[in-house]
Design a protein around this ligand. Structure first.
Ligand SMILES: Nc1ncnc2c1ncn2[C@@H]1O[C@H](COP(=O)(O)OP(=O)(O)OP(=O)(O)O)[C@@H](O)[C@H]1O
Ligand SMILES: [Mg+2]
Length: 224
C-alpha cells in the first residue's frame, strides 16, 4: 500500500475559480521512496506538497494517507495525523531566535506542554544525524542559513514521521550548502525514510530516486 496518494486531485484557488493550481493529478508514493516534484514557478509543486501533508484540502479528488481518505477526518484528526506521521520542512525556516539549536529541534515538546529536558537526548541524536552536534547549544539567531535549514530537517524528524515533505529546501543556499542539505535527505532516504521534495533545481532533484514533473498543474512526466 502506498504511504500517500492523490487520485484525480484538482485544487482551484479564488472564489471565481480563477487559478487552477492542480488539475486531475494522480500520484502515489510508496514507503522508502525519495521523490522530487519538479517544474517551473507556479506549476503547482507547493500546492501538491500541502495536499500530501494534509495542510490543505483539494477542490475535487481524493488524498489518502496510509489508506485513509483525509477528507473523512475531522480537522482535529488531520492535525493529529500530521503531527504524528508527517514532517514538513518549509522554504523559509522559522526557528525561535532566542532558543538554542537543540531547543528548536525539540520544540514540539513545548507545543505539547511537556518538559523540554525530556527531549534533550533525542534532539542531540538528531543534531548528530544532521551533523550539527557542535551547534547544540548555539542560539538559533547565530546560525547560518544552511545550518538553520539542517535544524529544520532535524526538527521535522523529531516525531519519527512516516513521511518527510520538503518544499524548496535549497532555495536560499549556494550549491555547496545545497548539495549538503539534499545529500542529507539522500542519506535519510538510504536509511528507509520516505521523502517528497518540491524543487525547481535540477541539481537537487538528481539526488532523488524518482522525478514527477508538473506543468500548469498537470503531471507531464513521472520517471524513476
Ligand atoms: N493560496 C492561494 N491563493 C491563490 N492562488 C494560489 C494560492 N496558492 C497558490 N496559488 C496559485 O496556484 C498556482 C500554483 O502555485 P504553487 O505555489 O503551488 O506553485 P509552485 O510550483 O510551488 O511555485 P514556486 O516554484 O514559485 O514555489 C500559482 O498560480 C499560484 O499563484
Ligand atoms: Mg512553491
Amino acid at each position: 500500500m502506498p504511504i500517500v496518494e492523490t487520485v484525480g486531485v484538482t485544487r482551484v484557488f479564488g472564489t471565481d475559480g480563477v487559478v487552477t493550481a492542480l488539475d486531475d493529478v494522480s500520484i502515489s508514493v510508496s514507503g522508502g521512496e525519495f521523490v522530487a516534484i519538479q517544474g517551473p514557478s507556479g506549476c503547482g509543486k507547493s500546492t501538491l506538497l500541502h495536499l500530501l501533508g494534509g495542510l490543505d484540502m483539494p477542490t475535487a479528488g481524493t488524498v489518502r494517507f496510509g489508506g485513509v481518505d483525509l477528507a473523512a477526518l475531522t480537522d482535529n484528526e488531520r492535525t493529529r495525523l500530521r503531527r504524528r506521521s508527517i514532517g514538513i520542512v518549509l522554504p523559509i525556516v522559522e526557528l525561535v531566535p532566542t532558543l538554542t539549536t537543540w531547543e528548536n529541534v525539540a520544540i514540539s515538546l513545548l507545543l505539547d506542554g511537556r518538559a523540554m529536558a525530556e527531549g534533550r537526548a533525542r534532539a542531540t541524536e538528531l543534531l548528530d544525524a544532521v551533523r550539527l552536534s557542535d551547534r547544540t547549544h548555539t542560539v538559533a539567531s547565530r546560525l547560518s542559513t544552511g545550518e538553520a535549514q539542517r535544524v529544520a530537517v532535524a526538527r521535522a524528524l523529531y516525531n519519527e514521521p512516516e513521511l518527510l515533505l520538503a518544499d524548496e529546501p535549497t532555495s536560499f543556499l549556494d550549491s555547496v550548502r545545497s548539495d549538503e542539505i539534499v545529500g542529507l535527505l539522500r542519506t535519510l532516504a538510504n536509511d528507509g525514510r520516505t521523502i517528497v521534495m518540491a524543487t525547481h533545481d535540477a541539481r537537487a532533484a538528481a539526488f532523488a530516486d524518482r522525478s514527477i514533473r508538473l506543468l500548469d498543474g498537470h503531471v507531464v512526466q513521472d520517471v524513476c
